[in-house]
Design a binder for this molecule. Structure first.
Ligand code: GLV
Ligand code: MN
Ligand code: MN
Ligand code: MN
Length: 416
């Protein structure tokens, strides 16, 4: 349907990913672009320049979700969309999310350069804050777009410095009511996200294209442990109600719970710990923890959570501390649209590329786009399955194959 020069595509997209990685708050090879910070804005401006050079039209919504559009023959028909994110967690690599944005732009550019006018319009979406780094909640842009959260919930968000979402958004230059972000069901005829696998399966099996059947259900919780502070030299051990030792027990309980369900897919992580007052000679009086808990199977995730709740009750009782638990999000899994899976496979076959159906253990904006459009994802191999690390790597040829499959898939979906 569309003949692509894969070698050229690989070189171009790799150079663009490398340039995007220079907009980073952390020294290379690490990448860090946290929501609404200078580097996030620079990253957005860079991908916008790529899209506009490719002849795509830009629209930015009030929260900063950015839409790059190639008009189709029928401008009013629901479009076919792709996209991902350019924000990056601390100590990240350069491929997570960016492959889906830069790759999406490359796919649309190739279609335009081939003078193909698709039956429906095609769009690339760069979503705001897929990563939860700043406000503790991931996929803020796609959640709001799909109605999975309300504008009031977004307005109530505070970052670790206590700054309100709306103040930070305004300072970053985004205007308009959050109410306008919501898109109706039916706006898109399909959504297909291209992403690096972030796991080892495709590389190990030497399969270039993963066809994502479902996205595991993520949940996250914030916990505050309140103990009693004091002098690290003067307060004897029997008198202590140390918030940090209590928090340590919770951390181990999360690990134990994730290992104890019936499912091999349950994973639990405590990746955020803030200790107050954070002085070596002061007994911690307050500890803030954030727990990430996931499974492809919702019942097992719930079992793990029940075990964590039991541990919280026990630690409070035994250690005389108070523990306040707040649910940040508890999302159901997303199931891909079978017709799109078939289309991705047909597009891969046309390029002589082998495929494998698989779940996504990481979450993606596709998790929420699935609420308003038939959705699926295309995975490309991650070397050694490494992700959320500076040494994350996907080979340029593999990115190019993903872009080619994406272009073919979008054209087929537009013609359907
Ligand atoms: C997103 O990066 C995730 O944590 O799955
Ligand atoms: Mn990520
Ligand atoms: Mn990602
Ligand atoms: Mn992700």
């Amino acid at each position: 349907m569309i003949a692509l020069d894969l070698a050229r595509l690989a070189d171009e997209v790799d150079a663009q990913l490398a340039e995007l990685a220079t907009f980073s708050a952390a020294p290379a090879p690490a990448v860090e672009r946290v929501l609404y910070t200078k580097t996030d804005l620079e990253g957005r401006a860079y991908v916008r320049s790529l899209a506009e050079r490719a002849g795509l039209k830009t629209r930015v919504d009030p929260i900063g979700n950015t839409f790059f559009r190639l008009e189709g023959a029928d401008r009013d028909a629901p479009a076919i969309a792709t996209g991902s994110h350019v924000d990056a967690i601390p100590n990240a690599g350069r491929f997570d999310g960016t492959v889906g944005v830069i790759g999406g732009i490359a796919a649309l550019r190739a279609i335009r350069e081939a003078s193909i006018v698709p039956a429906r319009s095609l769009e690339v979406i760069a979503f705001t804050s897929e990563e939860p780094t700043r406000f503790g909640l991931g996929c803020i842009g796609s959640r709001l777009m799909s109605g999975a959260i309300t504008p009031d919930l977004v307005r109530a968000l505070r970052d670790a410095e206590g700054r309100a979402f709306e103040d930070v958004r305004r300072d970053a230059g985004f205007e308009g009511a959050l109410e306008q972000v919501r898109l109706p069901e039916g706006r898109y005829a399909a959504f297909v996200e291209l992403h690096v696998e972030q796991g080892p399966v495709l590389e190990a099996e030497r399969i270039p294209i993963g066809v994502v059947t479902a996205i595991a259900a993520p949940a996250s919780y914030a916990l505050e442990v309140r103990g009693v502070g004091g002098h690290a030299g003067a307060v004897l051990m029997p008198a202590r109600r140390d918030a940090m030792t209590a928090a340590a027990e919770i951390v181990l309980a999360v690990e134990h719970a994730a290992k104890s369900t019936k499912s091999a897919d349950t994973v639990g992580t405590v990746g955020v710990v803030r200790v107050h007052p954070g002085a070596i000679n002061s007994i911690p009086s307050r500890v803030h923890l954030e727990i990430d808990l996931r499974d492809t199977d919702l019942a097992s995730r719930r079992d793990a959570f029940a075990m964590i709740e039991d541990a919280i009750a026990r630690v409070q009782r035994e250690r005389g501390v108070e523990i306040v638990l707040r649910t940040i999000n508890e999302d159901p899994p997303a199931i891909s649209a079978p017709a799109i899976l078939d289309t991705i496979e047909a597009s891969s076959r046309a390029l002589d590329l082998r495929t494998r159906r698989m779940p996504s253990r990481a979450y993606h904006d596709a998790l929420f786009m699935a609420r308003i459009a038939p959705t699926a994802m295309i995975f490309v191999p991650s070397v050694a399955g490494v992700s959320h690390r500076p040494d994350e790597l996907t080979h340029p040829e593999d990115v190019a194959r993903g872009v080619a499959v994406l272009a073919g898939t979008m054209l087929r979906l537009a013609a359907a």
